[in-house]
Structure formats: structure tokens, C-alpha cells
Write a protein that binds this ligand. Structure first.
Ligand code: SF4
Ligand code: SF4
Length: 136
């Protein structure tokens, strides 16, 4: 099982190493795709959990009991690459590195594995080539 979640930490638990506790206690690999965490403020992580189904369920229960809000990332970005004119506007707003210009060809490269479905590129593209849809 391999599933993405948004973990939200309230200010009082933002410094607690809950992600490493999950990995240690439940044999779940936690891949952090994006992080917005500052001491003393609410924090958000986009994580991919990889492991046995039961272990992931248990690790999510552990995180929730510790006070973490765990919301599955069920949306995906759809992209009409054939229409792209490589203007680069979307790369300027994509903080996860999912959208980049190829240094040699100056074509747009899209890596869906890095996309955290924040929607910034949807607003940035003058040709409206991005769309957010629910995962099937
Ligand atoms: S939705 Fe767009 S801007 Fe946001 S991470 Fe995905 S590709 Fe980048
Ligand atoms: S903003 Fe739209 S047209 Fe410009 S590079 Fe990105 S996808 Fe292509």
C-alpha cells in the first residue's frame, strides 16, 4: 500500500517527532513530499506512506491520537502537455519542483510524483492547461 496524506500539526505538537515515531513503531516508510513547518505555528506536511495495509492504518491512528489531522490526498493534477507553449509561468509558482524547464530543450517537464496538488499552476497558466480532478 502506498498512499498520500496531508498531516496538519497544531502549534502545541509541531515540535514532536511524530513522523519518525510512526516510521519506528509501525515499519512504515514516510516520504515527505512537502513541508511547511515553523516552531510555534501550525505545520503542514504532505507525506507518502508506504508499508503493509495494517501498519499504515495503525500508524494513522497513532498520529491522530497524538493530535495530527490526517487527510488523504485524493486529487490529482491533469495536464494537457500538447498545448504547452513553454512560457515557464507555471514553473515560477511550483514550489515542489514538479514543474521544471528542461535546461537543454526548454520544454516543460512535469513529474507527477512530486506534485502535491496545490493548484498554483492552475491559476498561473495563461492557457489554462491544468485541471485538478479526483483520483479514480
Ligand atoms: S499543483 Fe501545480 S504548482 Fe502545485 S505542486 Fe502540482 S505541479 Fe506544482
Ligand atoms: S504556464 Fe502553461 S503554457 Fe506556460 S509553460 Fe506552464 S503549462 Fe506551458
Amino acid at each position: 500500500m502506498n498512499k498520500r496524506y496531508i498531516f496538519t500539526f497544531s502549534p502545541d505538537i509541531v515540535n514532536r517527532p511524530i513522523v519518525s515515531e510512526i516510521a519506528k513503531h509501525y515499519d512504515v516508510m514516510v516520504n515527505i513530499l512537502n513541508a511547511d513547518v515553523t516552531s510555534g505555528r501550525e505545520g503542514k506536511l504532505v507525506v507518502e506512506l508506504e508499508g503493509a495495509d495494517g501498519n499504515i492504518v495503525q500508524s494513522l491512528e497513532y498520529a491522530k491520537e497524538a493530535g495530527v489531522e490526517c487527510v488523504p490526498l485524493e486529487k490529482q493534477l491533469q495536464f494537457d502537455q500538447d498545448q504547452c507553449v513553454a512560457c515557464g509561468s507555471c514553473t515560477a509558482v511550483c514550489f515542489s519542483g514538479a514543474l521544471m524547464m528542461d535546461a537543454d530543450s526548454w520544454e516543460l517537464l512535469f513529474d507527477p510524483e512530486k506534485c502535491v496538488v496545490c493548484g498554483r499552476c492552475v491559476k498561473a497558466c495563461p492557457l489554462q492547461l491544468f485541471r485538478i480532478a479526483m483520483e479514480e
